[in-house]
Design a binder for this molecule. Structure first.
Ligand SMILES: C=C(O[C@@H]1C=C(C(=O)O)C=C[C@H]1O)C(=O)O
Length: 378
């Protein structure tokens, strides 16, 4: 795409640093909070749940571009103050949506990131204004925007001077009525292929229903998203907007714990803080490591068996090769502060088992194996 001069620069990968949070790095960044800021106490409760879940950024809308003119339009400046205060008290960053010059000017020096919503993705004057500020911009994909149009919207912001753009997939309009929008997870990979910008996912606006948020969030992380923007309300039943798609704080925290596991399984980091401290969390980590150990051992045994096919029965055991392997692994163990004795013992068993299995596959029937191999090999 020739017009993606800045957003499509393949020579880089943008990691956007805000405070001590990096978007686009190894860590999955969790952003949570209500659709609309309603009160100080509501924001305090939301911020506490975000922090306890390992989230880094508190969200909350104060200028709401609502579908109906009669819906709640947001608290404006009063709401920004609730948002900022709650975030600061919990050590979080905060983000809010801007809709025009006036709203941008009102919040730009107060919040840490700005959001441009789906309905304004092609509000080119607003994009140019966002290009003039020194704050990261979360740019949501428009309801019916192609990925190219979305990236060109990012290009507008960048061409105007602000390179700190974070793309946010939030579902697109399709013929399917069972969800509010259709979450386009392939957009994560495509946007990452075409640009160097971080890509996050908002499953809440995509689904429009609370029951799908957890699975979509996990899928988003698995598909390569750099972060999640999730709606959470201390009391969704009484939310002034988007209640049906908002998680409760408890649901949000449970999801965060699951995300830790998904993130690790795709080579990313996410630390749900409460989890880190308890026994269950540590056991989760061990479970993951064990899974990898067994998976790699299985792969190793497949190779051992291929090697076995190339050998004569009386030449299966190769003491020299076993010694070479240990000569590499013992210093590695020392370097990693792992007992060399532990490694030697494990490998003596690995070698023994490998040799046995090679012999076993060369023979027909276990009786012959028993006579050649004292350990049995069953
Ligand atoms: C796989 C082989 O066969 C045996 C098993 C080994 C292993 O498990 O690494 C090493 C040497 C042999 O005793 C081999 O020769 O490489």
């Amino acid at each position: 795409m020739k017009d993606l001069k800045l957003a499509g620069d393949k020579s880089k990968k943008s990691v956007i640093k805000v405070g001590d949070v990096c978007l686009g790095g190894k860590e999955i960044v969790l952003i949570g909070g209500p659709c609309a800021v309603e009160s100080s106490i509501q924001m305090q409760k939301a911020a506490a749940a975000v922090r306890r879940s390992g989230g880094k950024i508190l969200r909350g809308g104060v200028f709401k571009p609502r579908t109906s003119p009669y819906s709640f339009q947001g608290l404006g400046l009063e709401g920004v103050n609730y948002l900022v205060q709650a975030a600061r008290e919990e050590g979080l960053l905060c983000v809010t949506e801007v809709i025009d010059l006036r709203s941008l000017e009102m919040v730009v020096d107060k919040v840490d990131l700005l959001q441009i919503g789906a309905r304004n993705m092609q509000n080119f004057e607003l994009l140019k204004l966002a290009g003039k500020v020194n704050k990261p911009i979360i740019l949501k994909r428009g309801l019916s925007a192609t990925i190219e149009e979305w990236l060109l919207a990012a290009e507008y912001i960048m061409a105007a001077g602000n390179s700190q753009v974070i793309l946010c997939e939030r579902g697109i309009r399709t013929f399917e009525p069972s969800t509010r929008n259709t979450l386009d997870l392939s957009a994560v990979g495509v946007a990452k292929e075409l640009s160097h910008l971080p890509v996050i996912v908002d499953p809440s606006h995509a689904a429009g229903r609370r029951d799908l948020i957890a699975s979509l969030s996990k899928a988003a992380v698995a598909s390569g998203a750099d972060g999640l923007l999730i709606e959470m309300h201390p009391n969704p039943e009484e939310a002034m907007s988007d209640g049906p798609q908002s998680l409760t704080p408890e649901q949000f925290m449970t999801l965060a714990q699951d995300l830790e596991l998904v993130a690790q399984s795709v080579g990313r980091n996410f630390v749900s803080r409460e989890m880190r401290e308890n026994l269950e969390a540590l056991r989760f980590e061990i479970d993951l490591i064990d899974y990898t150990i067994v998976e790699r051992l299985s792969k190793r045994m497949q190779i051992v068996s291929k090697i076995g096919e190339q050998k004569r029965l009386d030449k299966v055991k190769d003491v020299g090769r076993e010694r070479d392997i240990l000569q590499r692994l013992v210093p590695l163990a020392e370097e990693l502060q792992l007992s060399p004795e532990f490694v030697k013992r494990i490998y003596s068993y690995v070698f023994e088992f490998s040799v046995q299995s090679q012999i076993k596959s060369k023979l027909t029937g276990d009786d012959q194996l028993e006579s050649l191999c004292p350990m049995g090999g069953k």
